[in-house]
Structures are given as structure tokens and as C-alpha cells.
Ligand binder design. Structure first.
Ligand SMILES: [Zn+2]
Length: 232
């Protein structure tokens, strides 16, 4: 991948202090500054983009720049709430990431994203694509599509030519019994979370088998040694 096609990820407008500092320095808010001064396109991924005016939200969505959201990190740091309802209505693309690793659960991050909108707007099913539609499905599909594009990697769907990254949920997990399709996605995201995951394939390699990573013991041993070294 060349310099001209590699994705560009940039932190922007995560905390209000950043916005204030940028205003003091340039007279312009950070997202607007990016849109005004750079050739922002779908190659770009604005990480956080928490604090935007309605105009910045519309313009960022129209530019194709992906919003790289880290909802549990943003909640943990008290950053603020991304305007996801307006951004998705404006056909903006989103991806999620773990950032500070306060959580490493995509289900939990998607749940936090949805719940932050509900709490702010005192609504339900804030990011579903329409009345009666599955919120989990809307969040999952949006994050897969935007996530794949934000990395410029052949991932994000089960299709010929794409990398075989597969998560298998446990249909015997209490949160998933009797659930299938969109209802299973809703139950995974809003209820069971990581405990629903039974198997994981990465590029076709079966790395988590019946809830155990194939190198779990070695990884834990190395991790323990690394932490010990760092804290000695
Ligand atoms: Zn960050």
C-alpha cells in the first residue's frame, strides 16, 4: 500500500479542551479546520470526533471521512458523546476501536455507543435504521463496513477474496438460547457480550477453540513476565 492510498487516521475533537485550544490558535474548531484545509476523503478516519457542531457533523459525513469511535474509552475518560444519530442520518460512516483498551469487547463498545445516544436524547433504538428494525443489526453492519474501509484491508464480510475472520457465538449461551439472526445480534450486543463468543478464526486460523485461545498458557506466561519486568 503506497503513501497515496494508505488510510489516514487522526485524533480530532476528543475533548472540549482540544476544541478550545484549536479555537484559540486558529479561530476555527478542529473538525472544521481539517475539512477546510485538507483534502479530506473516505481515506481519512477521524478518531473520536466527539465535539462537532451540526454543520461539522453534516460536512464530515458528506466528506466520507470515517468516524473512528471508541465509545467505552470516551465514556471512561468522560470525553463527551459523539453525535451518532445525526451523523448516521447524514449517511456518515463509523468504525469502532478499543483505543485505551479499557474494554476489548466490540459488543460492549457498540452497546455504549447506542446507550450514550439514548441517555442524551431520552429515546430508545436511537441508531436503528427504522421503526421495528434491529438496533444491533444497524450497529454491527455499520461498524463492519466502516471498520473494513478505515483499515483498507480485505475484511468485513464473509465473501470470496476476503480474509476469513470469523466469530462464532455460542447458541447454548443463556443470552442466545432461542435467538437467531438479528435477534441474536441484539442479544450478543446488549446482553451477553464477550461471554457469548465460543470460537474465533483469524485469517482462517482457528485461534479460539471452545472459549480457549490455542496459546492461552504461553500468552499468559509471557504477559505475567512482561508486567513483572515493567513493574520491577
Ligand atoms: Zn484516543
Amino acid at each position: 500500500m503506497g503513501r497515496k492510498s494508505a488510510p489516514i487516521h487522526i485524533h480530532v475533537a476528543e475533548q472540549t479542551k482540544e476544541v478550545d485550544d484549536c479555537l484559540a490558535w486558529s479561530g476555527t474548531r478542529p473538525v472544521r479546520y481539517l475539512l477546510d484545509h485538507f483534502d479530506v476523503s473516505s481515506r481519512w478516519c477521524g478518531i473520536h470526533a466527539t465535539h462537532m457542531t451540526a454543520d461539522e457533523t453534516q460536512r464530515m459525513a458528506a466528506s466520507g471521512m470515517i468516524a473512528g469511535l471508541c465509545p467505552t474509552t470516551e465514556a471512561n475518560l468522560g470525553d463527551g458523546i459523539f453525535p451518532a444519530a445525526a451523523f448516521l442520518t447524514a449517511k456518515g460512516a463509523i468504525a469502532i476501536g478499543s483505543d485505551s483498551h479499557i474494554s476489548v469487547s466490540p459488543a460492549e463498545d457498540l452497546r455504549q455507543l447506542e446507550y450514550s445516544q439514548r441517555l442524551r436524547d431520552r429515546t430508545r433504538n436511537a441508531l436503528a435504521s427504522g421503526p421495528g428494525k434491529s438496533t444491533g443489526r444497524a450497529l454491527f453492519d455499520a461498524a463492519l463496513k466502516g471498520g473494513a474501509r478505515s483499515m483498507a484491508q480485505p475484511v468485513g464480510a464473509l465473501a470470496p477474496g476476503l480474509r476469513a475472520d470469523i466469530t462464532v457465538l455460542d447458541d447454548d449461551h443463556p443470552a442466545l438460547i432461542g435467538r437467531s439472526q438479528d435477534r441474536a445480534l441484539d442479544s450478543w450486543i446488549f446482553s451477553g457480550g464477550n461471554s457469548c463468543v465460543r470460537d474465533v478464526f483469524v485469517a482462517g486460523h482457528h485461534v479460539v477453540q471452545n472459549r480457549r485461545h490455542i496459546r492461552e498458557e504461553a500468552i499468559l506466561k509471557n504477559f505475567r513476565a512482561a508486567v513483572k519486568r515493567l513493574t520491577a
